[in-house]
Design a protein around this ligand. Structure first.
Ligand code: NAP
Length: 549
């Protein structure tokens, strides 16, 4: 589409109004005084927390840590009611941030980008939206998210289902009642597990269709303890520093080096302690080698299986729920409240759809491969996302010389620092593929990436340049490094994991997350900047030298 001559050219177009988009608007508009416009397909701010409003949706990093750190007054004044807050409260928080920093006036809601095209001559991006509107901008900052494109339902006949169908990743805004209804849910990842615990309380009957059992462990939620809150807020900046210096972006300090360096009793003591303290402590604050050494991993996997057997009354159901054959942590570990106890209720059944897969959705329910049918009034799909690359590819991005991002990424994502891609100038992918993103604490990962972006744009301006993009060589090296780091972990051993893209049929199986840890990643970014944006090429607008190189 040819942009109308009246289309204003902005300094920056921000995609999304979740944690990333909101902070990007604030950083670029309020602190750098740039002309910024943001768009979001949703009707309001919130990003992932706008769409994922299924029963039980809740953060699984403590809210005191899973929140913005950029404004001291904000973090002092905002009060979380629980240790791990539920979705509505996070949405309130993001609404509060939007109002407090006057962000809404820069955001066009209900606006989905359908194409994003780079103009080599003018060095500008043109975005077209689903309404046919165009936006032109020098820079595009994508806060489109990592887990924002739900995986398309893979079940034939889904459109013929006579009952109600809901996706956890795109839950309706109206109240969904389960009372007296026969509910089926497919998927037992973090979303499915949270939903099962809640839906089980009211459904007439709930059938959980499970393909791969998960290693879910207790979240340990509780109302905020005012004394603890005061202690945390007394030195919030120290907590944030400790978070930023931790692999996963939380201020945990109790990890011991190796599960194999201690005897079984001591190991059990550590596991019990982290289990009781909840959150991701078992995963990342017990022993440092569980994600790297299969024998170490076996000890924690067996511990969790034992805990599941203790909690589930029926031994056959317990065995089905106990994960086997893949290491703990190679699929993103879900956190739960009373998930396993749900299977002790008379109104909840577990059905194994690994040995007997879903064949089709039929008007009255779900038919399995052996011909058995399960009748449902409501079907919930908690089947996950086209993670990390999906949200970027959905924007139909075309860079220099007509290069399509979809073609550039045919064999998996290629980025430099998980932030930019060669041939796609001035396109910043906040928490993009091959950055620590979801293996870091997202609000902090987002702040780091937006701060990098803001500084890079300022650096360009100071030098009288307009365009920044990585060299192909820097990109190749980063991709190789990302793959090499992943190979040193147990992650590639997972049968299906969105970390590897292997949850989506046909998607290249590649590490989508940088596994070197947030501190090492930040140090690399700092070195790149200190060396004058090493690996990037800076140029004036309209310079086609790189395109022709
Ligand atoms: P997910 O972890 O990818 O889980 C999807 C589930 O659907 C898996 O159990 C999968 O089985 C199953 N599934 C997919 N296709 C299927 C099919 N054709 N037949 C049968 N089963 C099928 O997705 P998610 O639960 O939405 O979670 C995604 C990520 O979002 C999480 O890992 C987390 O990072 C984030 N999240 C966070 C929270 C939080 O607490 N903060 C809550 C929800 C989500 P297989 O394993 O066999 O493929």
């Amino acid at each position: 589409m040819v942009p109308s001559t009246t289309t204003p050219t902005r300094d920056a177009l921000v995609v999304g109004a979740g944690f990333a988009g909101l902070y990007a608007v604030h950083a670029l508009r309020n602190t750098q005084h740039l002309d910024v416009i943001a768009v979001d397909a949703a009707g309001d701010v919130g990003g992932t927390w706008y769409w994922n409003r299924y029963p039980g949706a809740r953060v699984d990093i403590e809210s005191v840590h899973y929140s913005y750190s950029f404004d001291e007054d904000l973090q002092q004044e905002w009060r979380w009611s629980e240790r791990f807050c539920a979705q509505p409260e996070i949405l309130d928080y993001l609404g509060h941030v939007a109002d407090r920093f006057d962000l809404r006036r820069s955001i066009r809601f209900n606006t989905r980008i359908t194409s994003l095209t780079w103009d080599d001559d003018e060095s500008l991006w043109t975005a077209t939206t689903h309404t046919g509107e165009t936006h032109r901008a020098r820079h595009v900052i994508s806060g489109a998210g990592t887990l924002s494109v739900p995986k398309k339902p893979e079940f034939t006949g889904i459109s013929d289902f006579a009952g109600e169908v809901y996706m956890t990743g795109n839950w309706p805004h109206h109240e969904v009642g389960f009372e007296g209804k026969r509910v089926g849910i497919i998927g037992v990842g973090s979303s499915g597990i949270q939903a099962v615990s809640e839906i089980a309380k009211t459904a007439g009957h709930l059938t959980v269709l499970q393909r791969t059992p998960n290693y879910a462990t207790p979240i340990g939620n509780a109302p905020t303890d005012p004394e603890q809150e005061a202690a945390e807020k007394a030195d919030y900046s120290a907590i944030r520093d400790a978070s930023r210096n931790h692999f996963l972006g939380v201020p945990y300090t109790d990890a011991q080096p190796s599960a194999l360096a201690v005897g079984p009793d001591e190991r059990r003591e550590v596991f019990d302690d982290r289990w009781n303290r909840g959150g991701f402590r078992l995963f990342i604050d017990s022993f440092g080698d569980i994600l790297f050494d299969k024998d170490a991993n076996d000890t924690i996997a067996e511990y969790i299986r034992g805990r599941i057997r203790e909690r589930v009354s029926d031994p056959a159901t317990a065995e089905l729920l106990a994960p086997q054959g893949y290491p703990y942590g190679t699929k993103r570990p879900p956190l739960e409240t009373d998930y396993y106890e749900a299977f002790n209720r008379p109104n909840v059944d577990l059905v194994d759809v690994k040995s007997n897969p879903v064949d089709a959705v039929v008007p009255q329910g779900v038919r399995l491969a052996d011909g058995t049918e399960h009748a449902f009034d409501v079907l919930v799909l908690a089947t996950g996302f086209d993670a990390c690359t999906g949200p970027l590819l959905a924007m139909n991005i075309t860079g220099r010389d007509g290069l399509r991002l979809a073609d550039h990424w045919t064999d998996g994502p290629q980025t430099y620092l998980g932030l930019m891609a060669a041939g796609f100038p001035n396109l910043f992918m906040i928490t993009g593929p091959q950055s620590p993103s979801v293996l870091y604490n997202m609000p902090l990962a987002i702040e780091d990436h937006v701060d990098f972006t803001t500084a890079a744009i300022r650096y360009l301006h100071e030098r009288g340049e307009d365009v920044i993009e990585p060299t192909s060589e820097a990109e190749r090296e980063w991709v190789a490094h990302t793959n090499e780091v992943a190979r040193a972990t147990l992650l590639p051993d997972s049968p299906t994991s969105w970390y590897m893209g292997s949850n989506v049929p046909g998607k290249p199986r590649r590490p989508l997350v940088y596994l070197g840890g947030a501190p090492a990643y930040r140090a690399t970014c700092d070195e790149v900047v200190a060396a004058g944006y090493e690996g990037f090429r800076l140029s004036p607008a309209g310079d086609r030298a790189l395109a022709q190189a």
